[in-house]
Write a new protein. Structure first.
Length: 326
C-alpha cells in the first residue's frame, strides 16, 4: 500500500480519537489522464487540516471549499465526479479530458479505521466493504495478493483492497542491503531482510525493516512470493544465496537477482541447474544484479539494483550484453 495512503489513514484515526469530525475521499475510477490512480486517498478534518491527495490540487481546493460552505453535516457516503465537461476538466486541472470519480465518506467508529490500520501494521491484506446507504463497514481478510483493481463499486457497496503491494526480500544484512532497504522503502516497498548470521543481525540499524533469523530458502517458501515480489541475494555465500534463489525462481516473483561477477553468476547458474530448475526458470535470474551505471560504492550499487528492478517492474527489457561484470 502506498505509504502516503497509510499516512492518510493514520491522520484520520488520530482525528477520530480526538473527537473531531473528518471525511475520507477515495479515488474510485478514472477515465483518460488523471494525476492520481484509483485507491488514492485524502482525509479532511473539520478544523481545516488535509492529508493526502486525489488530484493535482484543484479538486482538493474544491472539496475544502465545500466543507467551508456546508460544514461536515453528511451522515452517509456519496459519489462525486469531476471533469465531465471540457470546461470542468480544465478548471480542475484534469488533462486530456480526464474524468475522476470519488467516494466521499464521513468517518465514525463504524468506519473501522483503527481496525484496518491494525491489520495493515501487521502486513495483512484486507478487503474493506463500505455500504453507501449507511456508512457501515465490513472488513475481510484479503487474497494472497492484492488484485489489479484496488477499488470497485458494486451496487450499494464500495469495495477497496488494502495492504502491501510491492515486497522486497533481501538475503543478507550487510551494508548494501541497508542502502537498498532505505531506497526501496522510499518507493513504497515492504522490505524484509533475512540473515541467519548473528554477527550481521546484531549490527542491523535500518528503522522499519525487520531482519529475520531464518534460513533464506525457508523464508522464501513461507512468504510465498507473488508477481509483486522481488528477491535479491547479497551474501556472496552459495549456502545462503543459492537455495533461496532456487525457491524464488520457482515462484511468480517479478524480479530475482544475485550479486557477484559474471563468472560467479555463470557458476551459480550451473549449480542451480543441479537443483532440477528448468532452463526457463534459471534464465529469469538477474546476475550480476543491477544496471551498468559504473557503480562502485554500496550506495551506487543499490541505485543500480533499484533501477533494474524498476525497469523490470515496468516491462522494460535490459539486454544481457549491457550487464556489468561487478
Amino acid at each position: 500500500m502506498d505509504s502516503m495512503d497509510l499516512e492518510v489513514l493514520k491522520a484520520a484515526r488520530g482525528w477520530l480519537l480526538q473527537g473531531l469530525r473528518c471525511e475520507l475521499v477515495t479515488v474510485a475510477k478514472t477515465w483518460g489522464s488523471s494525476p492520481r490512480p484509483p485507491g488514492s486517498m485524502l482525509a479532511l478534518c473539520e478544523d481545516g487540516r488535509v492529508v493526502g491527495s486525489v488530484s493535482g490540487g484543484c479538486i482538493e481546493d474544491d472539496l475544502i471549499a465545500c466543507i467551508r460552505r456546508e460544514g461536515m453535516q453528511r451522515r452517509v457516503p456519496d459519489i462525486l465526479r469531476y471533469g465531465l465537461s471540457a470546461d470542468e476538466a480544465h478548471r480542475f486541472g484534469l488533462p486530456c479530458g480526464g474524468t475522476i470519480e470519488l467516494v466521499r465518506e464521513p468517518l465514525s467508529s463504524r468506519s473501522r479505521i483503527g481496525e484496518l490500520l491494525h491489520a495493515l501494521e501487521h502486513q495483512q491484506l484486507i478487503e474493506r466493504r463500505l455500504r453507501i446507504d449507511s456508512g457501515d463497514v465490513e472488513l475481510r481478510a484479503g487474497a494472497p495478493a492484492l488484485p489489479q483493481e484496488l477499488v470497485s463499486i458494486a451496487g450499494n457497496n464500495v469495495v477497496t483492497h488494502h495492504g502491501p503491494r510491492w515486497r522486497l526480500l533481501l538475503i543478507g544484512a550487510g551494508q548494501l542491503s541497508a542502502f537498498l532497504a532505505q531506497i526501496a522503502m522510499g518507493m513504497d516497498y515492504q522490505v524484509s531482510v533475512c540473515d541467519p548470521r548473528e554477527e550481521f543481525r546484531s549490527v542491523w540499524q535500518v528503522p522499519g525493516v525487520p531482519v529475520i533469523h531464518a534460513m533464506p530458502d525457508d523464508l522464501v517458501i513461507e512468504m510465498r512470493p507473488d508477481a509483486c515480489t522481488a528477491v535479491v541475494a547479497l551474501t556472496h555465500d552459495p549456502k545462503l544465496d543459492d537455495l533461496a534463489l532456487m525457491e524464488a525462481l520457482r515462484s511468480p516473483a517479478f524480479y530475482v537477482g544475485a550479486i557477484g561477477s559474471l563468472d560467479n553468476n555463470a557458476r551459480r547458474r550451473e549449480r542451480l541447474a543441479l537443483f532440477d530448475l528448468a532452463p526457463e526458470q534459471i534464465v529469469r535470474l538477474h546476475g550480476p544484479v543491477g544496471l551498468p551505471i559504473g557503480s562502485k560504492t554500496p550506495a551506487e550499487i543499490a541505485v543500480s539494483v533499484i533501477a533494474e528492478m524498476t525497469a523490470v517492474r515496468h516491462g522494460i527489457v535490459v539486454p544481457s550484453a549491457m550487464k556489468k561484470a561487478g
